[in-house]
Design a binder for this molecule. Structure first.
Ligand code: SF4
Length: 338
């Protein structure tokens, strides 16, 4: 595996020729492994109740946010709008509150989603294996869970209270997901929390461990950039566009078959540029507020969407760049005897 020093040397390197050469190589590997296709997905926020206190997040339990949780009827209304746009891969999100979004609530949401979407992923609080198994049986085929930062001391400083404070339980979540039979796991770091090179190395190490021990799973990674909340005076690390581009290139060169996701948290020009050297999956026409698709506004979102283009506009850009936009690449087959 690449060393920590090699990662930090590349992040610090200013040689445009080297960058160009490695970007081109990453692009060739991506095309060879995935073809010229980009999968499209959208998020639906079900609830913003959260029992954790992550200093960097606007959903944290100590902030005076107006809390909301969708009813099954409201969930269905959101889904109808998203499915009506053509999206078939959905990511269902909640804040991390087991009390307000129990597994039974998630199950109900997944069952409704099954009417509209062929692929259903969850980004919720970490669960136990038997709970993932229940959700898998209900139709979940993907789970997203980020460690945020792999630096234990920094993790402890930034996660003040709540279940998330338990670093090890979170770290072992991808294993519990894999044991349940769920086929896709998305891992990642919230870039900006800690030293980028160290976090990237530890993410690679974690991913390597998962690939070796659970080879049947389809893995992907994300590098969301920290957006500093007003009033948050914590000392963070600045992450430039170039840093992000280098994270994508390094991932592709070291993990040829791992998917790389890029959300609407990044602006249109960076997203379009990154398509050429490693990205395989992007969100589109996203609303990051609870109930935001029906209300048509972004009120108290988890983060502000920077790429505001419609699905049709994004599809047009993809085609112009020679990529096929993919809405469905997975369909669950029910083998239950009639
Ligand atoms: S990052 Fe997640 S767990 Fe932490 S406060 Fe925000 S929603 Fe809750």
């Amino acid at each position: 595996m690449i060393t920590k020093k090699e990662i930090s040397d590349f992040l610090a390197d200013r040689d445009p020729a080297l960058l160009e050469k490695l970007a081109a190589r990453a692009g060739r590997i991506t095309a060879a492994q995935f073809g010229k296709v980009i999968s499209l997905y959208a998020p639906i926020y079900l609830s913003n109740y959260c029992e954790n206190n992550c200093v960097y997040c606007g959903f944290r339990s100590s902030c005076g946010l107006k809390r909301k949780k969708l009813t099954p009827k409201q969930i269905e209304s959101e889904m109808k709008i998203v499915a009506g746009s053509g999206i078939r891969n959905i990511l269902l999100l909640t804040g991390e509150s087991r009390k307000m979004s129990p597994v039974s609530y998630l199950m109900d949401a997944v069952k409704i989603a099954g009417k509209y979407f062929s692929s259903i992923s969850l980004e919720v609080y970490p669960l136990d294996t038997d709970e993932y198994l229940e959700l898998y049986k209900a139709g979940v085929d993907g789970v997203t869970v980020y460690q945020e930062t792999y630096d234990r001391n920094r993790y402890d400083e930034l996660h003040l209270s709540g279940k998330k404070k338990d670093y090890d339980y979170r770290y072992k979540t991808p294993e519990r997901v894999a044991l349940s039979g769920i086929r896709m796991i998305s891992m990642g770091i919230l870039t900006g929390l800690s030293k980028l090179g160290d976090d990237l190395y530890d993410l690679f190490d974690h991913l390597n461990f998962m690939e070796r021990n659970y080879p049947g799973v389809e893995y992907s990674v994300s590098f969301p950039r920290l957006i500093i909340e007003p009033g948050d005076e914590t000392d963070y690390h600045k992450i430039t566009d170039m840093d992000l581009v280098k994270c994508i290139i390094l991932t592709r060169l070291n993990f040829p078959r791992v998917g790389i996701n890029l959300s609407t948290r990044e602006d249109a020009s960076l997203r379009d540029h990154a398509l050429h050297f490693g990205i395989t999956r992007i969100s589109a026409a996203s609303n990051t507020s609870v109930g935001g698709y029906v209300e048509g506004v972004q009120e108290d979102p988890q983060f502000r969407v920077k790429d505001l283009r419609s699905l049709k506009e994004i599809e047009k850009v993809l085609r112009a760049k020679g990529f096929d936009p993919v809405y469905t690449d997975w369909r669950r087959i029910d083998n239950t005897p009639i």
